[in-house]
Design a binder for this molecule. Structure first.
Ligand code: ADP
Ligand code: GN1
Ligand code: MG
Length: 369
């Protein structure tokens, strides 16, 4: 554990928790924040929470980020109550500090938050049942639809240019030119693969500037392990990891889910022969997402869904490679070369997406109605 987490107990103690803290250990497999499961006990009852050190290297404006989350979760909470749902499980709930704030800054300057733990649910790193993936498509589509009424002007842009692929490409090029760690010569094939696709990277932003592709309040990080599935019903229960909610493209929310969930291999699989785009998973997710969006997407958005999937996969591969070349300063890693392995799975998936392009378009057309 890096020492920025040494204050986890000081941090936990700053929040209004039920009972005494009895357990506080690393949890989950997110790449950005430091996440802990916090267990408290009182009179034989157990209360669980998620404690997180927010990554302030990645998110430069933590007060703005927490304000976004507070605004969005308060908005979702009232919609859930109107629909007679369970507001403690169907949205994230920030737990306040003892002085009524939504986050705590420790004596080393790290920022912490606590959420209610979403009980009796799980999130997955690989699709186990196609039905789960269909459900998550429906939930992410519905989430977009709900957020359509959220005032976008109230949102802070937590990471500027987050899915601006040409801007990401510029950073990638600069990193290769500097090649501070002398690693570029070992990844020529990967660099070339990405460079050959530069011309495709600017399409979404170009269409947006021409008024042909709408900016929407979107999640921007829609991978399968950012959605909790209810253990009993098997339905998507709650969308988590709201750090990147800001104006973005619906096709990228859709595309990032495909990138992660319709891959037949894990994001960090070393055996590339296992990587491919499952057309049947692509099909169920597309069906779920379009149902969840309830007719709100424009014709252009729908026809660009395959492009969204390809671009999110290419961009993510490029981001992993950039981080590998920069010395793994952004994504958490747990082995040497982890980011390079991740880059390679993404590029192998892009190649398979290109092979299956006509089939993907056919599936999307079938749901276009
Ligand atoms: P990161 O930005 O690092 O991905 P996340 O907010 O996605 O951080 O949290 C990491 C993991 O912690 C999730 O994938 C999930 O397993 C778990 N998690 C996060 N929030 C909750 C919650 N409220 N209840 C239960 N599990 C949670
Ligand atoms: C990060 O936070 P997490 O692990 O859900 C990253 C995403 C990448 C993803 C790749 C804020 O997501 O953009 O697509 O890793 N989040 C941020 O797995 O950069
Ligand atoms: Mg996450």
């Amino acid at each position: 554990m890096n020492n920025s987490c040494e204050k986890k107990l000081e941090a936990a103690g700053a929040f209004v928790l039920k009972g005494q803290i009895t357990y506080c250990e690393r949890y989950g497999s997110g790449h950005i924040n430091d996440t802990f499961l916090l267990v408290c006990k009182e009179e034989g009852n157990e209360y669980r929470y998620i404690l997180q050190r927010m990554n302030h290297e990645v998110f430069k404006d933590i007060p703005g980020l927490v304000k976004n989350i507070k605004g969005v979760t308060t908005f979702l909470r009232s919609r859930i109550i109107e629909n007679h749902g369970d507001p403690d499980r169907e949205t994230l709930n920030l737990v306040p500090t003892k002085d009524g704030q939504d986050y705590y800054q420790d004596s080393l300057g790290n920022f912490w938050r606590v959420y209610l733990f979403i009980e009796n649910s799980a999130c997955y790193n690989l699709v186990e049942k196609p039905e789960d993936f269909y459900q998550s498509g429906k939930a992410f589509g519905h989430f977009q639809c709900l957020l359509a009424d959220f005032p976008a002007s109230e949102l802070t842009e937590t990471i500027p240019d987050f899915h601006n692929t040409p801007a990401r490409f510029a950073v990638f090029q600069e990193t290769i030119e500097k090649d501070r760690l002398g690693l570029a010569a070992g990844v020529k094939k990967e660099i070339q693969f990405i460079r050959e696709r530069e011309a495709e990277m600017g399409l979404a932003i170009k269409l947006q500037k021409e008024g042909k592709l709408p900016l929407r309040v979107s999640h921007n990080d829609t991978k399968l392990n950012n959605i909790m599935i209810d253990n009993q019903s098997g339905e998507a229960l709650c969308i988590i990891d709201l750090d990147t909610i800001m104006p973005g493209f619906s096709i990228f929310d859709y595309g990032d889910s495909i990138r992660f969930g319709a891959n037949t291999a894990a994001e960090d699989e070393e055996d590339l022969s296992k990587v491919s785009l499952s057309l049947s998973l692509f099909d169920v997710y597309t069906k779920g997402f379009l149902e969840g969006c309830k007719g709100r997407l424009t014709e252009t958005e729908i026809s660009m869904l395959p492009y969204g999937a390809k671009m999110m996969t290419l961009e993510c591969g490029m981001r992993f490679l950039t981080d590998y070349l920069q010395g793994d300063v952004y994504f958490h890693i747990s082995r040497k070369g982890h980011n390079l392995d991740r880059c390679r799975t993404q590029l192998a998936l892009v190649a398979d997406i290109e092979r299956k392009w006509a089939d993907m378009e056919k599936i999307v057309r079938q749901y276009q109605g």
